[in-house]
Every structure is written in structure tokens, then in C-alpha cells.
Write a protein that binds this ligand. Structure first.
Ligand SMILES: Cc1cc2nc3c(=O)[nH]c(=O)nc-3n(C[C@H](O)[C@H](O)[C@H](O)COP(=O)(O)OP(=O)(O)OC[C@H]3O[C@@H](n4cnc5c(N)ncnc54)[C@H](O)[C@@H]3O)c2cc1C
Length: 250
């Protein structure tokens, strides 16, 4: 049994400390007076206010299992149907976000030119953008300034409280980068689905630098592929957080 120090008592540190404590002697250090990090609830005049996160995607199996394990399953509040409708406040008006991709064309928050520019992604070619591009820069490159400024920036603020101009795309939405690497276009890459996009990416990567295979086949090259298991796991995590805003438990 080792002695392990965990620094930080946010949800990540608490979960790590909980898991490690099964086999190790764990000490958790937290700077603030209370644990929880960004997670903080406050009751005031009969209302419950959340300072940070308020929900997660119910399909996040690992999280559901952990919550049940620590006896908090009863404390979850399923999202109401009404929570499926999402709005962005822009220039004095509430604009509803599309529930399905085709509804995007009816969005009132984008100008006709902005919608046309967004469709330009369909014709995007592979390449462009730096390795650690920001969410804003990536979205502007693919869908134009209106989408980046009016949709993506406020959505990211709602998801993580983050600034799209300084948040790394690779860290938070790795699947979008995978989609781009696979086909050049985010829309076409996402339509192929994560598996097909990964296969296309593997094949493209391996054609460029075949390793250990006479014909450079995707299977033989898989370990060198960017779309590896950890990346796929990260993608799942990111999509859970994103979708949490669509279907939170609260
Ligand atoms: C407004 C807002 C809304 C959000 N909504 C959602 C949501 O609905 N769903 C969702 O899934 N996510 C949401 N998020 C994101 C989510 O809150 C974070 O991803 C998550 O809470 C981060 O947890 P963490 O443990 O990594 O970091 P933190 O919660 O930041 O915890 C880090 C902890 O480490 C401590 N610490 C730092 N340095 C030291 C040190 N040197 N010594 C000791 N302790 C230290 C800090 O005091 C803090 O307690 C939201 C975030 C915000 C801001």
C-alpha cells in the first residue's frame, strides 16, 4: 500500500481519491474551506442555486455507476421535458436552438449570409489550423464568424463557463478534430459517425506514414493513429458534458 497525495478536492480530485483509497493510503489537499471545486449549491429563500455545473448526460454510464456506488442515486433529479428547449439571448431577443440539424436553417440568430457561410464547411478540405487551435478559431474557420460568435461562444459559456477564444478544441471537443481530420469537413465527418470517421482517419494516417505493414493497412497502423482508444474515451467524455446541457439530470 502506497501513500498518495491528491491535490485539489474538485470532482476530479474527489473521484480519484475515492478510487485510490480502495488500495492506498490517500491524503487529499484542498485549498478552499470546502470541497467540491466548481460544484457549489446554495439554498436561498426556498430556491436552490447552482454556482457551476447543474447536470450531466444520463448516458454517462461510468458516472451513473459511481453515483449509485456512493449512495447518491436517490438525490438525482431527472431533467424536465421543457429543459430540452435551449435558447440564446442575442440582441434583446431569445433565439431557440435547433433540436435537430435540419432545424438549423430556420434559426433566427443567424443571418441568411451566416447560414450560407456555415454550409461552406461541407466543401472544406483537409488541413489548416494549428495543433492546439481554440474552439472559436476552429469554428470560425469551418462555419464562419456568426456561428463562432453567436452560437459557439455562448454555448461553451453554458457548458463549462469557458472562453471559446482560449479553450483548446483538442481538449474539449476532440471528436470535431477527428471529423475534420477524416474528411476535411466537420459536418461530413460527423455524418460518417465516430467509427467510420476513425476508420477513414486511420486509413488516411496510414497512407501517409505506413508502419510495420507492407501495404500500409489501417489495422496494422492502428497504434500510430491519432484516433486511438484514449482519444475515443476523451471524445465520449466531452460529448457527455456537451449533451448534459441538452438533457441534464436537474
Ligand atoms: C458555470 C459553469 C457551469 C458548468 N456546467 C456544467 C454542467 O452542467 N455539466 C458538467 O458536466 N460540467 C459543467 N461545468 C464544468 C465542470 O464544473 C467542471 O468540468 C468540473 O467541475 C471541474 O472539476 P475539477 O475537479 O477538474 O476542477 P475544479 O472543480 O476546478 O476543482 C479544482 C479544485 O482544486 C483546488 N485547488 C487548486 N489548486 C490547489 C492547490 N494548489 N492546493 C490545493 N487545492 C487546490 C481548488 O480549490 C478546487 O477545489 C460547468 C462549469 C462552470 C464554471
Amino acid at each position: 500500500m502506497s501513500r498518495i497525495a491528491v491535490i485539489g478536492g474538485g470532482v476530479a480530485g474527489l473521484a480519484a481519491a475515492y478510487r485510490l483509497s480502495a488500495d492506498h493510503d490517500v491524503v487529499l489537499f484542498e485549498r478552499e474551506g470546502t470541497p467540491g471545486g466548481k460544484i457549489r449549491s446554495q439554498s436561498l429563500d426556498g430556491f436552490l442555486f447552482e454556482w457551476g455545473p447543474s447536470g450531466f448526460l444520463s448516458s454517462a454510464q461510468e458516472l451513473q455507476a459511481l453515483i449509485a456506488e456512493i449512495g447518491l442515486a436517490e438525490a438525482l433529479t431527472p431533467a424536465r421535458e421543457a429543459a430540452k428547449k435551449r435558447f440564446i439571448f442575442w440582441r434583446g431577443k431569445l433565439h431557440q436552438l435547433p433540436a435537430k440539424p435540419p432545424d438549423a436553417l430556420k434559426m433566427t440568430i443567424l443571418s441568411p449570409l451566416g447560414k450560407l457561410r456555415a454550409l461552406g464547411d461541407l466543401f472544406a478540405r483537409k488541413g489548416g489550423g494549428s495543433d492546439d487551435e481554440s474552439v472559436y478559431a476552429f469554428m470560425q474557420r469551418h462555419f464562419g464568424r456568426e456561428v463562432a460568435e453567436r452560437l459557439v461562444a455562448p454555448a461553451l459559456l453554458g457548458i463549462s463557463g469557458g472562453d471559446a477564444a482560449t479553450t483548446s478544441l483538442a481538449a474539449i471537443f476532440p471528436r470535431l478534430r477527428d471529423a475534420e481530420n477524416a474528411t476535411g469537413s466537420v459536418i461530413r465527418g460527423m455524418m460518417k459517425g465516430p467509427r467510420k470517421a476513425c476508420a477513414a482517419l486511420r486509413t488516411a494516417e496510414c497512407r501517409r506514414s505506413p508502419t510495420g505493414s507492407p501495404n500500409g493497412s489501417a489495422t496494422a497502423c492502428a497504434p500510430a493513429c491519432k484516433c486511438n482508444a484514449s482519444n475515443a474515451a476523451a471524445s465520449r467524455g466531452a460529448s457527455s458534458t456537451t449533451a448534459a446541457r441538452r438533457s441534464p439530470t436537474r
